[in-house]
Design a protein. Sequence first.
Length: 317
Amino acid sequence: MLPVARDPALTAAYRLMRRHMALKQRVSQLRHPLRAALHLAFPELHPLIQDLTQPTSWRFLRAHPTPESIVRHGRRCFLEQGQPRRGWGQWPPEQLQHMYDLARERIGLRAPYRIDAFESKALAHDRTDALATQHLWRTQALELLEARRDCQRRLQLPRIGTPTAAALLTAIGDVHAYTNGQPLVTLAGRDVRRFASGASIRKLPKLSHVGSGSLRHGLSHYALRLVAHDPHCTTSYQRRQHHSSGKGAGQRALMAVCDKTIRMLYRILTDHTPYTPQKDQSIAAYYAAPRTAASIGLRAREGRSGGGKPGCAFGPY
């Protein structure tokens, strides 16, 4: 594939957003060793802390990684530490009391020299540092893009945030370097890849999954948000899922929403027009107009020449 055309500001923002996405993946990967350490040292806490990505969860684990750290200073001290909402999020006092009772009757393993406490604290601090650095890189990238007209025009789309708009803008680059929306679909890896020689037993081709991974990631998450909250995209998703029933119907319908979304982005940025819920219908009419005109011209030429296949009921012999 050809390199994506970007001006210096977009190039700098693209490098910052790539680093931001790498740190975001690092934060997501830290959940698994932190969950494993929690399951060995304090398994009773496993069903109570279901989401380790919440700030309340990793703040609690950073302060009290083991049952010994919870019961060390007594119930009153532990509950007083959990009273300020600024440091403990939205956990109610009843849940903290239940955690203290579980810590007194723990059945987890006791690691020598408090290795379990050190491991949980180290992972929690690592996740805190990764979140802070991720926020720093993202803030610097958004400062480079906040004054651009194409970024402001993209923010007019429904259910899109500033980080998502920045990720899509930096991944696409200069939109005027593309002739239509199909190269953007190819760049996102959402085009169909066909390899066939003679008769094939495969019924449906697969997606290529080549091109820009950051564009594919941002586009997929934005399509999920549109399907969940935008009524127009929800209707389109359900209609496509109904027409494409069977295994993988939901994924195929979601890919159709991604295809429609990237084409709408191209038309909005090139035509300098605001978004409307009927934008996909106008884009479909725009692309269907040349094909309709060509088919009408072909029929007219066939009618003037008196052509037609022998035995065909739609034309003379």
